[in-house]
Design a protein. Sequence first.
Lengths: 271, 283
Amino acid sequence: MAAVITAPPRAPEKRSRRRGGAAWARRLVFVIAGLYFLVPLYAAFRFAISTPDGGISGAVFAGIPAQEGFLDAITLTVRLAVISLVITLVLVVPTAVWVHLRMPRLRRVLEGVTLLPIVVPPVVLIIGVLEVAPPALKGTPDLLALVYVVLALPFAYRALDSGLQAIPLRTLVEASRSLGAGWGRTLVSVVLPNLRSALLAAVVLTVAMVFGEYTMASLDQYETFPVWIVVFQQANARVSVAVSLLALLGTWALLWLISLVDRRRPSPEDA
Amino acid sequence: MRQRELPAWVGVVPFAAYTLVFLGVPVVAVVLGAFVDPATGGVTMANVGIATSGVYLRGFGSSIGLSLVTALVPGVLGLVLALAVRASPSLRLKRAVATASGVFANFGGVPLAFLFVATLGSTGLVVELVKAVGVDLYGAGFSLYSFWGVAIVYGYFQIPLMVLVITPALDGLRPHWREAADNLGATPVQYWRHVGLPVLAPAVLGCMLLLFGSAFSAYATTSALTSGSLALTPIQIGSFLNGNVLSGQENVGRALGVGMIVVVAVLMALYALLQRRVSRWLR
C-alpha cells in the first residue's frame, strides 16, 4: 500500500527527464529525415541552374517549353490522361454507387478485383496487352490510355469507396427517388455533389498516375512525358533534371489541391 | 417502384467486362505463352526452365534481395519517423510530414532517378562534397548504378510510403497502455518490448509486405538510372519487349512474368491474412 502511495510523486520527474531525452531523439530523427529528403532536391536545383561555364542561371526553367519534343510529349500525355480519366470515372462511379446500394456484399469482392492490377506488375501486363491487342489499336497510343484505366482502378475505386462510406447514400437516394427524380438525375444532382472530394481525389490520382507512368509507355515506344525526360537527357541532362524538379512541384500542387478541398468541406457536425 | 427492377448483377457488368478484357485476357495470354514453344507451338516447360536458371535466376535473386532490403530498412526507418511524428506536439509538423509523405510516395519513377543523379551520380553534389573532405565514394567502390545505389534511391519513395500506411495503425496504440506501463514502473524499453511492438508487429509486417511489392514491380527508376545494366527481373522482361532476344527464347519473358505474378500473389495472400489480424486489434 505504502509503495502505491509514494510512487506517484516520483513518476512525473522521472517521466519529464525521459521525455526530454525522447525530444532530442525525435529532433535527431527529423534532422536526418530532412537531410535525406531535401539534399537531393537542392542538388538537383543546383545542377539545373549551373551553366556549363561555371555560372548560375535560371534560364533553363524558362527554356523548357521550347525544348524539342517537350510540347508533343505533354500534348500526348494530356490526351492519354483525359481518355483514361473519362473511362475510369464512367466505369468506377456508377459501379461503386450501385454496389453500395444494391450489392453491399460484393464490396469485398470488388475491393479484391481492384487490387489485381497491383498483383500484376505493369511490365508483365504490357507484354500481354501488346500480344492480344488488335493491330488497329496497337498502332495508336490510345491503347496505353485504355490500359492506364486498369492501373487507375485501385486508386479511383478506393477513393470513391471511402467517400461513399462517409455519406448516408441510401437515405439520399431514397429521398431523391421518392421526390420523383430518375436514376440519372439522382446520380448527377444528389450523389455526385456529395462525393466532391472523393471524386477530386480519384481525378488527381489518375492524372498523376498517367503523368508518371514510364514502364508501359516506354515499352510501347510512345514518347509520353516521363519517356521524353529520359530520351532528352542525352541531349541536355540539365533540362531533364529541371523538368524532374517541376514534376515534383506539380505532384505537390495537385495533392495540396485535394487537401484544400478536403479541409473546406464541412463535417456533418457543422452542417 | 414503378420502373421494372434490373437484377442487381447487371450493374457490375461493364466494370467486370472491362477488367476482364484489359487485365484478365492479357494475363491469361502471358501465362499461356509461358508454356508454349515458339518454334513448334507445342506445350513445353523449357521457357520456365530457362527463366529459373542462370542469369534469370540471378535476376530473381537480385530483385527479391533488393525488395527485401528496401522493404526492411525503409520499413524500420519509416516506422521510426512515423512514431517520432506521432509523439511530436507540433500540429504543423504533423501536417507537413503527412503532405510530404503523400508527395514523395507518389513521386517515383523517372524524375526521382534524375534527382539522385544530381546528388549521388559520379559528379553529384554529395559525391563532390565528400571528395572535398577527402573521401572518394566512387573510388571506394560505391556507385549509384549498383544494387546499393538503387536501394538508396528506392528509400526516397519507400520511407514515405511506410509513413503513409503505418500511421493509421499507430492509432491502435492506446495512450492508456503507455500510462499503465509507466505507472507500473516499466522503462520505455520494457514498454516497447512487451506492449508496443507486439501490438504493432502484424501491422508493421503487413506494411513491409506492401513495400516489398512496391519495390519488386518497380521498373522506371532502375531503368532510367541504370539503362538496364542492373539485372533485375522487370528490367530483363523489358529487354524481351525491346527485342533483345535469342531465337527460340521469345517466350522466356512471359515465363519471367509468371514468376513475378506468383511472387506478388503469395505476398498479397500473406498481406490479406495479416490485415485480418490487424483489424482485430484496431476494432
